[in-house]
Design a protein around this ligand. Structure first.
Ligand SMILES: *Cc1c(COP(=O)(O)O)cnc(C)c1O
Length: 390
C-alpha cells in the first residue's frame, strides 16, 4: 500500500503515549482560556506579558487595517514592503542597537531561511543540542557540516571550534531555552566565538520582552554587545503578543538575505497592520516596565511556593518553569488531572524533549494573580503526591 507508514507511525505514537492532538480554543489568549465548554486558568501560553489581547495593540492593528487594508499584495521585493514595515525595522534597529533588521512571517521561517542561505557544504554550523527544531532541522537541510554540542557545555563547544577545518563557522544558541527555561552563558560563548573567529547567532524567542532594560532581551540582560553577536533572531509571537519575527544583523548580511534568502524573497510579507501592532507592542514594553516587573514578581512567587511544597523544578529563572516528570504517560496523566481541576498546563513529551524527560511546561505571565499561582501549586502538589503513592 502506498504511504502505509502513515498508519503505522501514528499507531506507534499512540502506543507510546506520544500522539499529539489539537484542542480548539474558544476564547482570546489571556489569564483564562475557554475550551470545549470549560474555563481554565492558562499556564501554557507564551504570552508572557499578557499582551496578546491588549487594547492598545488591537487598536493599532485596527488602525493599520483602515489605512493599509488587510493584505500587502505581495512579497517584500514586489509590493509587500510598506511604510509600517519600514518603520518597524527602524524601531527594531534603534531598540536593539543594530544597523539592520529584516521582517519574517515567523521565527520558524526566519531561522530556516537564514541557515539555508548562509551555510553551504564548505561551512560549519555548531548548535546547542537543545536548540529549537527550526534551527536543528535547517542545519540538516542546508548541506553544511552540522554538529551539535551538549547543552551549554562550553568545553565541548571550544573543542569543536578548535578542531574545525572550515573557514566559515556559525555557532547558534538560544538566549532562553524553550523547554527548560534556562539561559545560555552568552558572554562566555561570545568570547569563544571571537577567539576562534566564528560568528555567533542568538535566537532570543523567549528572552525578548521579558529580559533586559526596556525588554531588549537576553543580550542586554547579560551585557553582551551587539558586536559580539553577529545575528540576533527575535520573535513577535511570544512576549510581544502578536506574530512574526526579525533577524537583526549588519547591512551587508541584510542585503545578502534580501537577495538570496528564499523564505524572505518568495513569501508574502506580513500585513502592514500587523507591523503596526508589533510596533505598538514594542513601544508598550519599552515605555512601561510594569509588565516585566509583574512577570518577575510572579516568577519569584512561583519558585518560592514550589520550593515550600517540594515540587521539583528545573533550573530556571524565567517565565518557563518545567516540572520534570519523566515518563510520558505520567506527564499526560498529571496534565489531565490539572485540567479536571481547571488548570491548563501542557505535557511536553519526546521528541520535543529528550527521552524520559517528559515534563509539565508551566509558563507564567504578568496576567496571573497571586491566587492563581497558589491554587495551581496546591493542586499540583496534591496530584504529584497521589501519584507517588499510587
Ligand atoms: C517559538 C520559537 C521559534 C519559532 O518562532 P515562531 O514565530 O513561533 O515561528 C523559534 N525559536 C525558538 C527558540 C522558539 O521558541
Amino acid at each position: 500500500m502506498a504511504f502505509d507508514f502513515i498508519q503505522s507511525e501514528l499507531e506507534l505514537r499512540r502506543q507510546n503515549n506520544l500522539l499529539r492532538k489539537r484542542r480548539c480554543q474558544a476564547s482570546a489568549q489571556g489569564r483564562l482560556l475557554r475550551s470545549e465548554g470549560q474555563q481554565y486558568l492558562n499556564f501554557s501560553s507564551n504570552d508572557y506579558l499578557g499582551l496578546a489581547n491588549h487594547p492598545k495593540i488591537v487598536e493599532a492593528w485596527r488602525e493599520g487595517a483602515k489605512h493599509y487594508g488587510v493584505g500587502c499584495g505581495g512579497s517584500p521585493l514586489v509590493t509587500g514592503f510598506q511604510g509600517p514595515h519600514y518603520q518597524l525595522e527602524q524601531l527594531l534597529c534603534e531598540w536593539q542597537g543594530r544597523p539592520a533588521a529584516l521582517l519574517f512571517n515567523s521565527g520558524f521561517s526566519a531561522n530556516q531561511g537564514l541557515i539555508k542561505t548562509l551555510l553551504g557544504k564548505n561551512d560549519l554550523l555548531l548548535q546547542d543540542k537543545l536548540n529549537h527544531a527550526s534551527l536543528i532541522e535547517a542545519g540538516m537541510l542546508s548541506g553544511c557540516q552540522s554538529k551539535r554540542f551538549a547543552h551549554n557545555q562550553l568545553e565541548q563547544l571550544s573543542q569543536r571550534l578548535a578542531a574545525r577545518k572550515q573557514q566559515n563557522c556559525l555557532v547558534i544558541t538560544e538566549g532562553v531555552f524553550s523547554m527548560g527555561g534556562d539561559q545560555a552563558p552568552l558572554k562566555a560563548i561570545a568570547q569563544l566565538c571571537h577567539q576562534h573567529n566564528s560568528w555567533l547567532m542568538v535566537d532570543d524567542a523567549h528572552g525578548v520582552g521579558c529580559l533586559g532594560e526596556q525588554g531588549r532581551g537576553s543580550l542586554n540582560q547579560q551585557q553582551v554587545g551587539s558586536s559580539d553577536v553577529q545575528i540576533q533572531m527575535l520573535t513577535f509571537g511570544k512576549a510581544l503578543g502578536v506574530s512574526g519575527a526579525t533577524l537583526l544583523c549588519d547591512h551587508d548580511l541584510q542585503d545578502y538575505l534580501i537577495n538570496f534568502d528564499k523564505s524572505y524573497v518568495y513569501s508574502t510579507a506580513m500585513p502592514a497592520a500587523q507591523a503596526m501592532a508589533i510596533s505598538a507592542a514594542i513601544e508598550l514594553v519599552r515605555s512601561d516596565p510594569h509588565y516585566q516587573q509583574q512577570l518577575q514578581t510572579n516568577i519569584s512567587l512561583f519558585k518560592a511556593l514550589a520550593a515550600e511544597l517540594a515540587i521539583p523544578l528545573g533550573k530556571s529563572n524565567t517565565a518557563i518553569q518545567p516540572v520534570l516528570i519523566g515518563s510520558s504517560e505520567r506527564a499526560l496523566l498529571c496534565s489531565e488531572r490539572l485540567k479536571q481541576q481547571g488548570f491548563w498546563v501542557s505535557a511536553i513529551r519526546p521528541p520535543t524533549v529528550p527521552p524520559n524527560t517528559a515534563r509539565l511546561r508551566i509558563t507564567l505571565s504578568s496576567h496571573h494573580q497571586r491566587e492563581d499561582i497558589h491554587a495551581l501549586l496546591a493542586a499540583l502538589a496534591s496530584i504529584l503526591s497521589e501519584q507517588y503513592e499510587g
